[in-house]
Design a protein around this ligand. Structure first.
Ligand code: SF4
Length: 332
């Protein structure tokens, strides 16, 4: 990209990012309401790093992923890529940025065109951006097939002839062929058989090391996040409630919501037991967000202050930010 880029800028920064939607109001006197899908999210992602974005369905993590890629437009707040706000980019710069930022979705079959061969789908981004000669493009398709562990014989196949795991490898190859710096992975293995999930997660790890990729890894599965992410942001009703490095978060979660999520991760050893912190009820609707702490309607530690005063996301320890009035209680 053109323009000044601070030398030490993170690869990606989301600063006070919000995305609100107006809903309702279909009839003449119908009232509208505001759905706060993303409500003041702030994080940074460095080159070659994996940041997990976790939370229950509907917490806003996928919307946040779409905002940082520019697929959706924030209501307010800023996304910076290599130090430059996305809103400052010219059309040409946007076009170049599209090569640097890619996305992998949950459903590999839905991400692929059933009428187009594997080779053509992987090569398509090069064709669209007019990169390389035909021979170069075909050679890069071969390289990508090797990189994602697919046989070259798969080139002439069509998506329905492949297993779910193979389809996701095609999607990954297509995302990689433009040599991106960032890939937003939105539940990339949750549609796959459990037996295949580990293979694809390991592949993503290997590719990250080989190509120095940064991943924003969106998932509801903390078992997988624990395996691949270096830092983790926990989201609840549109906000980040805890952000920490992986070892600290999994060893000693400081937000009661993180504590509940981590206590629910299955332990593969039948001889090891752990007390599960069961949460009551469902998450509140992002249309009617509770006053004070958004988690107070389900939090077993809620006090009067929690119902009236919204806790700020604050530094509790080096590299750890938590949005709970009493986070220090759990810090040893
Ligand atoms: Fe629970 Fe209160 Fe902390 Fe919110 S601020 S997580 S309600 S203890």
């Amino acid at each position: 990209m053109d323009g000044y880029v601070p030398a030490n800028a993170p690869l990606l920064e989301a600063d006070d990012l919000t995305r609100h939607f107006r809903v309702g109001g279909g009839s003449l006197f119908g009232r509208t309401a505001r759905l706060r899908a993303v409500d003041g999210v702030r994080f940074a992602l460095n080159r070659g790093e994996t940041l997990g974005l976790v939370g229950e369905s509907g917490c806003g993590k996928s919307t946040a992923g779409r905002l940082v890629l520019g697929i959706d437009t924030p209501t307010s707040g800023t996304v910076r890529f290599e130090g430059r706000p996305l809103t400052d980019l010219s059309v040409d710069e946007w076009r170049r940025l599209r090569c640097d930022m890619q996305m992998i979705f949950q459903d590999p079959f839905g991400s692929l065109d059933p009428r187009i061969s594997v080779a053509s789908q992987i090569r398509e981004p090069l064709d669209i951006h007019g990169i390389g000669s035909t021979a170069d493009r075909n050679a890069q398709v071969d390289d990508m097939l090797d990189a994602v562990g697919l046989p070259r014989a798969a080139k002439d196949r069509f998506p329905h002839e492949l297993s779910g795991g193979q389809q996701q490898r095609v999607v990954i190859a297509r995302a990689l062929i433009l040599q991106p710096k960032l890939i937003v992975c939105d539940e990339p293995v949750s549609a796959l058989d459990v037996s295949v999930q580990a293979q694809v997660v390991n592949l993503l790890s290997d590719l990250q090391e080989r190509f120095n990729l940064a991943y924003l890894f969106i998932s509801h599965d903390l078992g997988i996040v624990r395996h691949i992410c270096e830092r983790v942001a926990v989201m609840y009703v549109g906000q980040i409630v805890e952000l920490a490095d992986r070892p600290s978060l999994f060893k000693q979660p400081l937000h009661p919501y993180s504590q509940a999520l981590i206590s629910a991760i299955p332990i593969p050893d039948p001889d090891v037991t752990r007390e599960t912190m069961l949460l009551q009820g469902d998450p509140p609707s992002p249309i009617s967000v509770p006053s004070g702490c958004r988690f107070h309607t389900r939090c077993p530690f809620a006090e009067d202050t929690c119902r009236t005063e919204e806790p700020a996301l604050r530094d509790i320890a080096p590299g750890r930010t938590v949005a709970c009035h009493f986070a220090e209680r759990w810090l040893s």
